[in-house]
Unconditional design. Structure first.
Length: 195
């Protein structure tokens, strides 16, 4: 058995097996929990000082699978157009991994400087661990890494092996060897003669 409900005074549709527990869940997520505090529906409720009440739209008395429950919920979301003109930000069928990825991306975007500092501090404090981790990773995955490098080289061979004249001495070299070439005695001597 499950219920399709609408939040009173706002266009939000949901489904639940336990109305009392879901009502408490909405109140907790709106006023206490920081994880879902940012959601559109909870911002709207706090800004307009709305009392959270559930209005039952339909009761399905037989036992259904979660998939059927989500399908029915999506039907009601579409019927009330609560995704486009309401407060439902997601369809009933959302991939949790995909949503977590989107949330993580948004969190990083909002906290970029703090996350960069945290990552830098983590590396400094655990430098030996990360060096060992990198060495172990290279050792375990050497074949795969070399294979990827060969594939990248084959794919970009025409770009990598372009011949250019050295900007310092004028010698014909391949583009990828510009920096090492400019450190050679030959380049340094020739560049002195030109200038």
């Amino acid at each position: 058995m499950f219920y399709i409900y609408k939040l009173a005074n706002c266009n939000y549709i949901g489904s639940t097996n336990n109305l009392k527990q879901r009502l408490l869940g909405h109140k907790f997520e709106c006023y206490t929990c920081k994880r879902n505090h940012h959601r559109k529906v909870y911002k709207y409720i706090r800004e307009n000082n709305i009392k959270i009440e559930l209005i039952v739209l339909a009761v399905y008395k037989r036992k259904y699978s979660k998939k059927i429950q989500r399908l029915v919920e999506q039907f009601w979301i579409n019927k009330f157009n609560s995704k486009d003109n309401g407060l439902n930000t997601d369809n009933a069928f959302t991939n949790k991994k995909k949503m977590q990825k989107i949330y993580n991306k948004q969190f990083y975007k909002n906290n970029k400087e703090r996350e960069k500092k945290r990552t830098k501090d983590n590396y400094k404090n655990n430098q030996e661990y990360w060096k060992q981790y990198a060495a172990n990773y290279l050792q375990k995955n050497r074949e795969e890494i070399n294979k990827k490098k060969r594939m990248a080289y084959k794919k970009n061979k025409h770009k990598i092996n372009i011949k250019i004249n050295c900007p310092k001495c004028g010698t014909l070299i391949s583009k990828r060897h510009t920096t090492p070439h400019q450190k050679t005695k030959k380049c340094k001597k020739l560049s002195l003669k030109i200038y």
